[in-house]
Design a protein around this ligand. Sequence first.
Ligand code: ADP
Ligand code: SF4
Length: 692
Amino acid sequence: MARDKRLDILFEPVEIGPVVARNRFYQVPHCNGMGYRDPSAVAEMRGIKAAGGWAVVCTEQVEFHHTSDITPFIELRLWDDRDIPMLARMADKIHEHGSLAGLELAYNGLNGPNFYGREVPMAPTGFPVASFSYDPVQARSMDREDIKNIRRWHKAGALRAKQAGFDLIYVYAGHAISFLHHFLVKRFNQRTDEYGGSLENRVRLLRELLIDTKEAVGDDCAVPCRFSLDELMGDRGLERAEAEDMIDLVAEIPDLWDFVLAGWENDSRTSRFCDEGGHEKYLEGVKSLTSKPVVGVGRYTSPDRMATVVRKGLVDLIGCARPSIADPFLPKKIEEGRLEDIRECIGCNICVSGDFTMSPIRCTQNPSMGEEWRKGWHPEKIRPKESERRILVVGSGPAGLEAAHALGKRGYEVTLAEKTTEYGGRVSRESRLPGLASWARVRDYRVQQLGKLPNVETYFDSELEASHIFEFGFPRVVLATGSRWRRDGVGRYWLSPLPARNGIPVLSPDDIMDGILPEGESVLVWDDDHYYMGGLIAELLALRGKRTIYSTPAVEVSAWTRSTMEQHFIQERLIDLGIEIRCCRNLESLEAGSAELACIYSGRSERVAADAAVLVTSRLPVCSPFSELMARKDEWSGAGIEDVVAIGDALAPATIAHAVYSGRRYAEELDGPPETGDFVPFRREIAELSAA
Ligand code: ADP
Ligand code: SF4
């Protein structure tokens, strides 16, 4: 299909200093939890983005010196020449597809505790490190010699990046992660020499590094500057007006401006807290500050919106991290007019959790993310079927939908049976909760794709029992029947049902999602799950006018959402809604009108008034008809059944990303070598042993 003319603007080339981007799609630097530990995996992932049409594909932050390591996080390094080959592999992969390779040189300073190298961190002013875990480390203030050194090291890093083949070499001053950001911002920079105090002084080092980098590599490589427009903390931090004055001082030195918000959690907010294009109000007017091209992000997945922001002159290049993770082929699909094939990012930040848990990046929408090299998975391609055996998939939640879609793409005959009258399982249910509407994209993309597969048939209103499955006689049966939230309190604290819970209505998140509102005025939500659901149920109940008490054994609300950078926003929202928050409390008992909560440290208990309770603790797999089928294994061959497997939440409840991955994995491995557990089922790199 031809592309709409209005989108042509997205395919215009853009000059960036000495290099030319072939279109306006720019994959900004993003972390991935693989870094120096999994260099070939990162290289392949970036190469696939280039194949998908991104004109510029960047690395994550690359530490250019060993006095700044952000351990335990796993980012790339260019500490010395020995690091060049792993970076060169990535640049080569990107170049194979005609894209430009960008590298973000980073020095964390205050943001890194240096646990690996054990060097004393250096910063404009010696404060305790501002890492994510209150590390008991203080940085020392840099003296003039240190500043001279760091300029030399940055230059050496730029030359190594060039040697590795990169076309854009960043000076990184954004996100409150870079030492340059710390030099720029008054509260971090309390120096009294020529690098502190006045605006000119605080910008001095940025100017010097921009000039140094241009002199070192600028003939062949573009030098972008990544810069924070606002820290969103009012006059306690960097504000727009001051940022503009700073930009004014160096506006024409870099070849490109990559504008961000600081810190990272403000820049990459989840869809629960920020819509597509949420950065536009901050990007407004930035192009008038410089004649150089500008890149800005906004979790853009809508081609029209992208064309509009370019046409309106807000940015020159569409910066994307998450949209390029969810769909590495986004530019190609737009270019070819295949808009319905776009796999839109849902803004859940599971990708970010890969970085925070130091595990290879994963994505809810794109199960191949992080598995391109490790497993040879591709976001768009999958090998053809290797047998004619028909497959029955039971359940159309994220696991069942992904399995049916991927199996269908392989060419298998697939029958998808769904008990209800709608696709999507938990995704459909959860997307109706406050702020999660875009999660429905997990369903919508797959349903759209199923429409193109005549070999996949769906039957709604079909609750299957074991007897039906024996009757049908499909050789392969995949049970993606999902899970249900428990109502008995079993989770991490209670491993057997909460003994005393009488005389009070007790509900589960499923009840709430089914539209049941607890009786009475006040409701206790006890969260022993710790991801988003407990906080979300409390939010919903408060919005429905209930006096809501949120309690959890954790030290904070929705504790795991630190890994998705939402924790702060969730707790703030609950406070704003007037929800009474009681952290560090175990739920000991429930009775008519009250709950007994005990301090997790002292055991001292208190009674809180509650007319009802919602227990958000854990889920049970829906084991029907799986367990009956397994119990009647000896009847399989008579019915023509060869194998039966449970996938997704029906196997073990976890995130939606896990469910999608599980569906994809089944489809990828079908008719492949049997998975016996006797070998590692993915590729990995092992550090080369030294001679002695
Ligand atoms: P997952 O996250 O693993 O995909 P979900 O709970 O989202 O799991 O989806 C499970 C889906 O399976 C739901 O749409 C549910 O209606 C459907 N389902 C559950 N049991 C049956 C059954 N016996 N027959 C058909 N569909 C079922
Ligand atoms: Fe988007 Fe979620 Fe995928 Fe990240 S994990 S790219 S936020 S869909």
